[in-house]
Design a protein around this ligand. Structure first.
Ligand code: ATP
Length: 198
């Protein structure tokens, strides 16, 4: 990797990955002129330690299936290999070291709900010093209470709103309702084949 490339990082539990993630990734990559865009499924996200997630292999596989026809996207199993709790700061430190990247090259993409929780993350100040933090709006999530000082440190994008969440998808499956309009076809098939979220 050249150290003047622009790399987007999109972490999450992706349980499952959905069309909102994909559309926003495409929009962000285009609007920020990113050269690379990497999905990074978390082993155990810190804020989801007490929630039972699907097996990491399933979540990784679904991301792989979702992006297989999109040459502009990549997936990294880095956090899954690291096991334990997946702290974003560790991932950023690793990528910066590994590829000798400057802050100017790294764009951490998060949804507005993640910005609301951001102060609870490990080393938020260091994350802000290590990369650009890019925030995507999300329906029903207000960021009006967030201090202006904080808002100045991040890039808030006027991206389109996608009213989709993995939680909603899991609920629909439990109710035996269709999710075909919410995830790419190979992901919907994978969920059925592996009887996920029943
Ligand atoms: P869950 O419902 O299980 O919490 P989720 O739909 O929020 O899942 P995650 O995998 O946790 O999906 O999301 C990864 C990242 O994508 C997070 O930063 C989250 O804020 C963001 N994100 C997910 N869905 C949307 C959406 N519809 N609009 C904006 N950001 C989103």
């Amino acid at each position: 990797m050249h150290n003047d490339v622009r790399v987007g990082l999109f972490g999450g539990s992706f349980d499952p990955i959905h069309n909102g993630h994909l559309e926003l990734a495409r929009w962000t990559k285009h609007n920020l002129s990113l050269d690379q865009f990497i999905f990074i499924p978390a082993a155990t996200p810190p804020h989801k330690q007490h929630v039972s997630l699907s097996e990491p292999e399933h979540r990784l596989r679904m991301v792989q299936l979702a992006i297989k026809d999109w040459r502009e996207f990549e997936v990294s199993d880095f956090e899954l290999h690291r096991k334990g709790i997946s702290y974003t700061i560790d991932t950023i430190d690793y990528l910066r070291r590994q590829f000798n990247l400057k802050k100017a090259s790294l764009f951490l993409v998060i949804g507005a709900d993640s910005l609301v929780d951001f102060h609870t993350w490990r080393s938020p100040a260091r994350i802000l010093r290590s990369c650009h933090v890019v925030v995507l709006p999300r329906p029903d999530i207000s960021i009006s209470h967030i201090a202006d000082e904080m808002k100045k440190k991040v890039i808030i994008l006027a991206a389109p709103l996608f009213d989709i969440s993995s939680t909603e998808i899991r609920k629909l499956i439990k109710k035996r309702q269709s999710i075909n309009h919410l995830v790419p076809e190979p992901v919907a098939k994978y969920i059925v084949e592996h009887k996920l979220y029943r």
